[in-house]
Design a protein. Structure first.
Ligand SMILES: [Zn+2]
Length: 485
């Protein structure tokens, strides 16, 4: 077999376990990268591709998490969180940076010496080059000067974090580490997760700060971003047929909704006891994926603050996947979506076949509705999938998806556009995901074909009898004959 030009990459662990209704990687298990599309192809003959397996779990009505555990051991977790989230904003911290103008930085990457690490703390300043070429530093606060002297704002501040794990605070190993207030943003952009940094100026600089130390938001002069995450609440993804759905173009990634990590206080009054309780609201739909990451706090308020200030792992890092757990509910929703897609496909095929037989006048309109529904249910999977060029030598070209769901969508897409596209047997209505014959509407088992032909012949004979007895007109006879599937 020739080498495939495009590769895909997904993460799984050597072992998983069930804990508190969630599936998570077992402690000490190994992280494995694999190609889900190539792997799925291996199982095509036996109709055991990744979506076949999910479909079967659903079809057998398996609500048992053990089925999903078996699935995770084979394919990893689908990662529904990253399929719907495209930006994570973290709380401000003192973090390492580089500046080509600061010469004290002596890197110890080769010697790996960890001893005597000094931290020098800086406030963020703009380096300003005046017209007479004198260099002046301007802080965020005095930024107005930039315009006054018609000077150019140049800064060489560059984040000096581990690109694979920005939460790794022992990196880099250098003699002198320069720290500056920064706010990290993880952003899914053009098919890749990126680490972006927002340099901040603070009112009071903590000269004794250590890497990772939290900065109070009240201390930030300007440019503070509320920590939280953006969730794609694409109306295409909703099963409503409101007018707004029509205005969303297919290429659009949909609507994004910001959700702060700190949801604040709520007061709940108890009518009977007339007691007023303070309740802290958590962004549960985010935190539930990381059950072991947040430590139990003494108070609810502390816990709520902890979520806001937590140094959330970078979505492509090992730390992220190792701590990521998925609930049976999310997996069930994925299975329903896969099943719904094929049911829609089946219904669409049936309708179109009948429309063709009947030769109806309002063809285009009916077709549009049928195809739009199909389109919507497929976009649920493929909306986050993008073609990227991987830096990895091993993977020259790659198709990147932030979740396994995108790859599943791609496999479905590949299959339904092939000559041997999946179909439902028109007799027994079972899904045939890998038909042996390109044009057969039946299971490969010949009984269904025979049974269906016999049934059709009988129906036709019955109609003919009615016509012969003059119980129906010729016109009705022709119409009824067309409806026989
Ligand atoms: Zn059949």
């Amino acid at each position: 077999m020739s080498e495939r030009l495009f590769k895909t990459n997904w993460v799984k662990f050597s072992d998983y376990e069930i804990s508190y209704g969630r599936i998570k990687p077992k402690k000490g298990s190994k992280m494995i990268h694999y190609d889900p599309i190539a792997e799925s192809e291996k199982f095509k003959k036996s109709s055991n591709t990744v979506y076949d397996q999910i479909y079967k779990i659903k079809e057998n009505n398996q609500t048992d998490l053990k089925e999903w555990l078996r699935f995770a051991k084979k394919w990893g977790l689908p990662c529904t969180l990253l399929h719907n989230v495209d930006e994570i904003i973290l709380a401000p911290r003192y973090l390492a940076f580089q500046n080509s103008q600061i010469s004290e930085t002596v890197r110890d990457h080769l010697t790996n010496k960890m001893d005597k690490v000094n931290f020098i703390v800086h406030n963020f300043e703009y380096e300003v080059t005046k017209l007479n070429s004198k260099i002046q530093w301007v802080s965020e606060k005095n930024k107005k000067l930039l315009n006054k002297y018609r000077v150019q704002k140049v800064n060489y501040f560059e984040s000096d974090l581990n690109p694979n794990d920005p939460t790794d605070l022992n990196w880099p190993y250098s003699n002198v580490v320069h720290l500056c207030p920064q706010q990290l943003i993880y952003k899914y952009f053009n098919g890749k997760w990126e680490i972006r940094t927002n340099f901040l100026t603070v009112k009071k600089l903590n000269k004794k700060a250590k890497p990772g130390d939290i900065i109070d938001k009240k201390n930030v002069v300007e440019g503070y971003l509320t920590p939280g995450y953006f969730k794609i609440t694409d109306s295409i993804n909703e099963d409503n047929d409101e007018i707004e759905t029509l205005s969303v173009s297919i290429s659009s990634t949909g609507k994004r909704k910001f959700n702060p990590f700190y949801l604040g206080k709520h007061f709940i009054s108890n009518y009977r006891n007339k007691k007023i309780e303070t309740v802290y609201d958590y962004p549960h739909e985010f935190t539930k994926y990381f059950p072991g990451m947040l430590q139990d706090e003494t108070s609810e308020e502390k816990h709520a603050r902890n979520i806001e200030e937590f140094f959330w792992p970078f979505p492509v890092s090992e730390k992220f996947h190792r701590n990521y757990a998925e609930e049976g509910y999310e997996l069930g929703v994925l299975a329903i979506n896969i099943k719904m897609f094929f049911i829609r496909l089946k219904e669409a095929n049936k309708h179109i076949r009948l429309l063709k037989n009947k030769n109806e006048k309002n063809y285009p309109n009916r077709y549009n509705i049928i195809y739009r529904d199909l389109e919507k249910s497929l976009i649920k999977f493929t909306s986050r999938l993008l073609l990227t060029f991987s830096k990895d030598k091993d993977r020259k070209y790659s198709i990147y998806s932030p979740s396994l769901i995108g790859y599943i969508g791609h496999i479905i897409l590949q299959d339904i556009t092939s000559k041997y596209s999946p179909r439902f047997c028109i007799e027994c209505e079972r899904l045939i995901s890998n038909p042996a014959k390109p044009d057969s509407p039946y299971c490969d088992d010949s009984t269904c074909g025979n049974r269906h032909r016999v049934r059709r012949t009988r129906k036709k004979a019955k109609l003919k009898k009615l016509l012969d007895k003059k119980e129906i007109s010729k016109k009705v006879y022709i119409n009824k004959l067309r409806e026989i599937d």
